[in-house]
Design a protein around this ligand. Sequence first.
Ligand code: DGL
Length: 265
Amino acid sequence: MSKAPIGIFDSGIGGLTVASSVSKVFPKESILYFGDTAHLPYGEKSIDSIQKYAIEITEFLLEKGCKMIVIACNSASAAAYELLSEKYGNRVPVVDVISPLVELISSKSYAKVGVMATKATVRSDVYSKKLMELKPGIEVVNLAAGLLVTMIEEGFFNNDISNAVLHKYLTYPDFEDIEALLLACTHYPLLRPEIESFYKGRVAVYDSVDSVTEKIGRLLKLKNLRNESDEEPTKRFFVSDYTESFEQTTRIFYKNKVNLEVASL
Ligand code: DGL
């Protein structure tokens, strides 16, 4: 089992921010990535639909022999983490992207934090609930940034258009006195340089990538699932619908090793 790939999924390219970190920190691990491009954006979908997609993708990844399931999407983590853990947790470890970031933030001394996320994640109020559970009294302000995922999937980041859109969101009046901003969507790390240059150090910016990677490392060790073999690890990328921009962005992370495979669920 330890040689088996880690299964990672998202609605599109966002989860690649997690996958590429996992490949960097654990270079011996094989990765099987699924981008559900046919159903993107998840942020606009109902809980029922997201749960249905999450189950189908998990079944697909398990059929391919994955040893761990990483829900590299906040919207899917908010809608389906408990469900997937209940259904598959006795077969493989299931990891979400929300709890590790919440644990990290609750260990800090922030009194007020902003959460920028998709509509589905904001609707679930999951960050407020989980943060207040671990740190009663913390003030959490949510902002649904509906435009960002499609903009990023189209390859619009680090340009004047993404800058203008971000400016509109980040000047949200309730964000005025936040001490930290949580990028609560796995697509947003692609905008992180622009967000940091907007704040110029006034606000601490967090995404889930490092804390999730750490959690994956802890679980691999705890469950004896680390790949110790010297064989070249495999990287496979599946999408439910081919898009050119997905292929291009995947190459930003994985250079020329990318060969997209289409798998309809
Ligand atoms: N990367 C997903 C997330 O973290 C984006 C969801 C979407 O497709 O809207 O929420």
